[in-house]
Design a protein. Structure first.
Length: 282
């Protein structure tokens, strides 16, 4: 059965029929409270979700109460220029191999967290995020989905001044400020999607639609990314892959995020993230 995993108060919970079910409480002694352990046990979550269907659980699901469904990733990969539409708007040739950078795990926050602005050139980038579920090295593309626990929604928030301040550009630092990696509200199993290679995402800033696309437009698909990355380093449960953003980013529009802006990101099955932009008070 498809399942959705959430982080409620730093505890793993399944969301079934719109109700929250604490994993330790309702797991029959098979699970503890740690969301990271739940990701590694992803193969067991479907049966539990089926057994919980129709139950009251622990209350109604509220996305605003969620932390990041994967709170302590060991590795966070970002993929640049991975939508054909984004390459076209940037007038750049399609890459021959994935353009990979890292986001430091300390940037990961929940789906309702404030984004603390680092300056006046901070940009939005809505993305599908892959969550690895089991350890693997040199994974063939044909086998890649079996190593994926599920998919979630992310914003690869980017400080374009820091990113472009040097040559060649420094992607990792510009994308790793604290709060620059909201994800959630849930991690959804691969079988939750009619076609996991064709998932819709969108991003609004205020009331204006900025981005809308489907992952069928990816240059490098999820299986191709898993194969490529696992050929370089061993992938571990909880590793994240931000798969790239479509056209409509602020840098191309000449518009950036300011205090008070609200970024609303949506994704098939996974739902909606709402992140308010605030000034850095430090």
């Amino acid at each position: 059965m498809p399942w959705q995993l959430a982080n409620i108060g730093d505890r793993a919970a399944l969301v079934v029929d719109g109700r929250v079910h604490d994993l330790e409480k309702h797991g029959g002694g098979r699970f503890g409270p740690d969301p990271m352990a739940a990701v590694a046990a992803f193969g067991e979550l479907g049966d539990l979700a089926a057994s919980l269907a129709g139950g009251d659980g622990d209350g109604a699901f509220d996305p605003a109460a969620c932390g990041p469904p994967v709170p302590r990733a060991q590795k966070v990969f970002g993929i640049g220029l991975n939508y054909r539409s984004h390459a076209a708007e940037a007038s750049m040739a399609l890459p021959e191999v994935p353009l990979v950078f890292t986001k430091f795990p300390s940037c990961i926050v929940g789906p309702a967290a404030d984004v603390v602005l680092s300056g006046d050139r901070v940009d939005w980038e809505v993305e599908v995020v892959v969550v690895i579920g089991r350890r693997g090295r040199r994974i063939a593309a044909a086998d890649a989905w079996s190593y994926v626990a599920g998919l979630t929604l992310g914003q690869d928030v980017s400080d374009r001044w820091v990113q472009m301040a040097v040559k060649p550009p420094q992607f990792s630092l510009g994308k790793s400020f604290d709060t620059f990696g909201p994800i959630g509200p849930v991690l959804a199993s691969v079988d939750s999607f009619p076609n996991p290679d064709d998932v819709a995402i969108a991003c609004d800033v205020g009331d204006e639609r900025m981005q809308a696309a489907r992952t069928a437009d990816l240059i490098f698909s999820v299986p191709q990314l898993v194969e490529y990355l696992s050929g370089i380093c061993t992938l571990e449960p909880g590793d994240l892959i931000f798969t790239g953003t479509p056209d409509g980013v602020g840098m191309v529009r000449g518009r950036f995020l300011g205090p008070g802006d609200v970024v609303t990101s949506t994704m098939d099955v996974v739902g909606t993230m709402t992140n308010r932009c605030v000034e850095d008070q430090v």
